[in-house]
Design a protein around this ligand. Sequence first.
Ligand SMILES: CC(=O)[C@@H](O)[C@H](O)COP(=O)(O)O
Length: 253
Amino acid sequence: MRDFYGVTLDTPLMLGTAQYPSPAIMAAAFRASGASVATVSLRREGGQGQAFGALIRDLGVRILPNTAGCYSAREAITTAHMARELFGTNWIKLEVIGHADTLQPDPFGLLDAATVLIAEGFEVFPYTTEDQVLAQRLLEAGCRVLMPWGAPIGSGLGLNNRYGLKTLRAAFPDVPMVVDAGLGMPSHAAEAMEMGFDAVLLNTAVAQAGDPVAMARGFALAAQAGALAHAADPMAPRDMAAPSTPVIGKAWL
Ligand SMILES: CC(=O)[C@@H](O)[C@H](O)COP(=O)(O)O
């Protein structure tokens, strides 16, 4: 498993903390998922007070505060400052949203905010697209992790641009990468891990499932299966059939 700013995670699953039917169900979903990281939105959940903060801390997982809902570099930077103070971590999942309908990242605001935050000692996890040039710029700015989107946040569409994700993975083989957002089913997580990504981050698919706890477990198993398959050096697909049972001679009839 990859190193995320010097931290090796036990499992390849990062889970969001929003939209669960109740705090108790959220905690149970975390336990079922074995997630290593909980991402927390300061702007959405910061107002829920100390009880929520205590609940998150009780999950016993690493906290990755995020800047969800920020539409400018300035807003994201201010939110990151508050998050560092509140959670006592330099980790920040940096979201600078560029478009209200797709919630896609604003590449320019993202790079500006990442540059400032890295200079201030933050360890930035940028929510980005699969664009290789932007990835290169983020790495040059000092990001040591990339979080390309699977699909628009909350859409559950899975991996929208497989070609883009595969080429991004291949272009920067040594950079830890997490597919973040848009996953709807465990098979999407398995596919991302099979492609060689190091972890997946999701929220809506678990929180909004009829049974969040069962879905959390499903994602955990799928991410683990995908990681195992990637490490097992999968066979290359081929166009023509090839008998899987070798035939030695012919049966005598
Ligand atoms: C919780 C969080 O950080 C989201 O912004 C994240 O990107 C998850 O997206 P989904 O809800 O689509 O899984």
